[in-house]
Design a protein around this ligand. Sequence first.
Ligand code: GTP
Ligand code: MG
Length: 583
Amino acid sequence: MRQSILTGEQNQLLQDEKSLLKDIMLRLAEIGVPQDRLETLHKSSIQLDELFMIVVVGEFNSGKSALINAILGEKVLPEGVTPTTSRVTLVKWGEKIGEQILDDGFAVQTYPLELLKDLNIVDSPGTNAIIRQHERLTDEYIPRSDLVLFTTSAERPLTESERQFLERILSWGKKVIFVLNKTDIFENDAALQEARDYILQHATSMLGEIPGLFPVSARMAQRAKMETDEAERQKLLEASHLPALERYIDSTLDDKTKLMIKFQNPLGVAGNLVELTRDGIKTRAESLKEDKETVNSIEVAIAAYKKDLEQELTPRLAEIENILHKLEFRGLDFFDRTIRLTNIHHLAKGDRIRTDFDKEVIGDMPQQIDDQVKSLIDWLVEKDLREWQQVMSYLQRRQAVNMGRIVGGAGSLQEDHSQEIIEKVEENVKTIVESYDRLKEGSQLSASVESAVAQTALLEVGAVGLGTLVATVVASSALDITGMIAAGTLAIIGFFVIPFKRKQARDHFREKIVTLRTTLNETLKTTFERESQNAITRMNNNIAPYSRYVHAETDKTDRILGVLDDLKKQVGMIMARIDVEFK
Ligand SMILES: Nc1nc2c(ncn2[C@@H]2O[C@H](COP(=O)(O)OP(=O)(O)OP(=O)(O)O)[C@@H](O)[C@H]2O)c(=O)[nH]1
Ligand SMILES: [Mg+2]
């Protein structure tokens, strides 16, 4: 028998395949592929560690252990005339000689022999020993084996228990060959022939075909392999007939097609599993893509909303400014008309002037301002509500698509929380939309505007409305004027004083209006901008769990798909190498 069944190339291929399978199992476990699927892959990759497995069976004392020792050329296993091997024993390569008893039915024997690097041999207790180990042998090792060496002894060829055992393992359809051991005890060829005929007759009727039968003497073969004299060694080997059996084993295990299948099997399982996982992740990615589109639409809508608010606010505030411009004109005109020498009588009567000022300058300005601010607030509130409704409709549409799909298809590996999250977000948005109270939102907004204006600029006033607030400030400037001109003595020097006073009043008034306009404009702008920003932040905050999840999951899914694509490619590469190697 050769020292190693695999060529150097094949051995390298085997190592590469093993390490790829290990990597695949690791990666798939990380991704969350269920344990039972990984177990299937694990089992099939074990086959690579036991690339070739020969199982030796037969009645006790038939020389199973001796035959294995003869093949290996070393006393690896104990032999004896009494029942000796008490456990199913896997003989495999190991750096050191060692026996590992795994339980009372099973042991592993390691031995540093080159041949064992790609060949495992299973020794077993006698078939007559009806013990539990047999189940392990018949149901675990026979099915995994490549060849069964049915060892029967020249002393008792094919015993009753051996025939029963053969019956039991037939259904596995494994290659079974017979070894007639201890041929050295036959006195002549006729006795050997008789034993052969007997075995073949019974075995053929059981197998339905004539099996291979190799008469050997394990004892002589062992002696031969230990012999230092080459001629003697050859003589003994020939007499043992072991080489014929070894050549047969060699050629059976060397079968290229079978070898190729052995190499391909675990890779096929791995490739399938990778593909299946990939399908699952792809389905998930598709679904996430829709989520991403939804989130995107919402984000775009919110951004557009923000822009709308910015664009619309300036012209609306300009209208308020305009009202104050007109007020300024009216005021200046009033002073021109009123602060005159000819009007000295009226000027002296402060009340009258004030009434006129109220009527001609102030007029319905407070109402105009209030209306303008109110319409701005209404617009803002309405727009906010519409935006929430739109967000809700996006979420509902996404929900509807999900509902229409069969949930949790094959290969859904990652925990999919998107449904949960979208439901929760939608629920929140729905609550906001349904409980949206335009009046309340509006009055809150106007209270916030009023308090901002009052704080920044004008006066501390109660809830009088912005227009009234402005009117009060403006009217106070008229008051200044009337107070100053009230003294009767002014009539005499009025000639000089009046124009001066008029100019003073105009300047004062203009200054006041400018300050008022600037402050009011800035305050309103700041307040409305802040309120819009709050509305947008609130919207973004409500969407955030969904968008965060979608972004994170998308990243994760992309990364996993990358890993799986890479694994798939590597499987393909090893497959191609197998094709080249075994064709
Ligand atoms: N004469 C002769 N004796 C052999 C030969 N092979 C094995 N024996 C002897 O037969 C006895 C049984 O051999 P084992 O190898 O222990 O037999 P086994 O089938 O492993 O037996 P169990 O482990 O008890 O099931 C030992 O004393 C061996 O030395 C042989 O070729 N010729
Ligand atoms: Mg034994």
